[in-house]
Write a protein that binds this ligand. Structure first.
Ligand SMILES: *[C@@H]1O[C@H](CO)[C@@H](O)[C@H](O)[C@H]1NC(C)=O
Ligand SMILES: *[C@@H]1O[C@H](CO)[C@@H](O)[C@H](O)[C@H]1NC(C)=O
Ligand SMILES: *[C@@H]1O[C@H](CO)[C@@H](O)[C@H](O)[C@H]1NC(C)=O
Ligand SMILES: *[C@@H]1O[C@H](CO)[C@@H](O)[C@H](O)[C@H]1NC(C)=O
Ligand SMILES: *[C@@H]1O[C@H](CO)[C@@H](O)[C@H](O)[C@H]1NC(C)=O
Length: 392
């Protein structure tokens, strides 16, 4: 009881101090004052921070980590204005507002990094888990950290976790959200954040920023799992799958769609006007809910991505990059990123043995995820027909 009270007091003090700092900033002090204070705080953090996040500073300030971090995120300012050549064409004027917005800023490829963690990739990392998330979904991140995303070493293989974020798209709540996120990162040290707005059409920016970041810092990472923050993943099955694929060059596996047609119904979330894509089919691509790729391939995908114009749907964009490299992603039945079974009421959706045999399943709310995790890791006896679970 006494311990709980002390702990709560400490947490309250931390939150208060985080917010105080926020209010100080809002008052509008000069850049120099702010820098000076940040430096002072950095020194304090250095003393109190746990070891794992001791190296979170973006650039090495002395010789200490020079040998591990030789390159840094090289984008330090945002210099991007709307492409006004566009709006004179009739096609452009006929477009929906959100596509106009997308096209006006499509040439803005990279933005500065706000929170960085180069140390995540130090040493030999076998699997780097990267999860697309937005600031307000902290409960999803929390559950992932507690369950399948836990950092660990399994059979000598190091597994690391990172979340990928942009900035709040809700202007009113921007300052407070940002402070909370900084506090979350202070505790867990697992947030990568870039200075672009976290919108649906900017998801491709998240993809390209991650690939560039990975190519900068992560030469020693063998595999990447990239996915959404509302999926259930079995890391045991992931590792088993990777072990069985260890001779596959350029591994890229997931819930692959072949010959998907661009959606032309305007009401649909994934609607794409012919002006943006005029072919009948998309190239083969893996659903962005969760897929696996080889680290070396990710570096090639980064270089390829720079030769293509951005496309608003992130997983299709990655399919386009693979096509340029003349690679076909591998479809595997244990990736269920487009829903489990067609019938939403099917009992399979709640069947823990089903989850136990999968690599990734879309999609579960935090509470459901936690419950399913507990069920799957209880003394579960499964007699489910494995035939049902292979490639469907
Ligand atoms: C940090 O690491 C050093 C050596 O690696 C260890 O001696 C020390 O106890 C660690 N400190 C904390 C707070 O974990
Ligand atoms: C921004 O970019 C434009 C055109 O690319 C250039 O003319 C301008 O000098 C740049 N501004 C800054 C502050 O870098
Ligand atoms: C293009 O946009 C600029 C700035 O928003 C505006 O001044 C101009 O009238 C537009 N031109 C057309 C043809 O819509
Ligand atoms: C993407 O983010 C940039 C930078 O915050 C912003 O200017 C742009 O409007 C966003 N694009 C879309 C389509 O939301
Ligand atoms: C399809 O789009 C490409 C690139 O935007 C363009 O070069 C080509 O002419 C278009 N084809 C048709 C049939 O509109």
């Amino acid at each position: 009881m006494y311990k709980t009270v002390v702990l709560m007091f400490l947490v309250a003090m931390l939150i208060i101090s985080v917010f105080q700092r926020g209010f100080l900033n809002i008052r509008g002090d000069t850049q120099i004052e702010r820098n000076a204070r940040m430096q002072k705080e950095a020194i304090q953090y250095w003393k109190v921070k746990p070891n794992k996040s001791a190296e979170t500073t973006e650039e090495p300030t002395n010789g200490r980590n020079i040998q591990t971090v030789t390159k840094t995120w090289d984008i330090t300012s945002t210099n991007c204005s709307a492409n006004l050549h566009l709006n004179s064409t009739e096609d452009f004027i006929a477009l929906e507002q959100n596509f106009q917005q997308f096209l006006l800023y499509r040439h803005c490829r990279y933005f500065p990094i706000i929170m960085n963690h180069p140390e995540k990739c130090s040493g030999e990392v076998y699997l780097l888990i990267v999860i697309k998330s937005i600031i307000s979904q902290h409960d999803r991140r929390e559950v992932i950290r507690q369950t399948w995303g836990k950092e660990q070493i399994l059979d000598g293989k190091k597994v690391k976790l990172l979340f990928l974020l942009g900035t709040s798209s809700n202007k009113a709540e921007m300052a407070n959200h940002q402070k909370l996120l900084e506090y979350e990162d202070y505790i867990y040290g697992d947030i990568l954040q870039w200075d672009f707005m976290d919108t649906f059409f900017n998801l491709t920016l998240k993809e390209t920023h991650f690939l560039k970041w990975f190519s900068t810092y992560c030469g020693n990472v063998r595999y990447i799992f990239k996915g959404d923050d509302d999926v259930f993943v079995s890391i045991t099955n992931v590792l088993e799958f990777l072990e069985s694929s260890k001779d596959t060059k350029d591994l890229f596996a997931g819930d692959v769609l072949f010959k998907a047609k661009p959606i032309r119904r305007k009401q649909n979330k994934y609607y794409i006007p012919p002006m943006l894509y005029n072919k009948t089919y998309y190239p083969p691509y893996a659903g962005g809910g969760g897929f696996l790729m080889d680290g070396l391939l990710a570096q090639r995908l980064y270089l390829t991505s720079e030769t293509l114009e951005l496309f608003p749907i992130d997983d299709v964009f990655l399919g386009m990059c693979l096509e340029v490299l003349q690679l076909t992603p591998i479809k595997h039945g244990a990736f269920k990123t487009f829903g489990l079974v067609k019938d939403k009421n099917s009992k399979l959706n709640k069947e823990p043995c089903f989850y136990k045999s999968m690599i990734v399943v879309h999609k579960l709310l935090p509470q459901e995820l936690l419950e399913m995790w507990k069920l799957v890791h209880s003394d579960l006896v499964c007699t489910i027909n494995p035939g049902l679970l292979s490639d469907a």
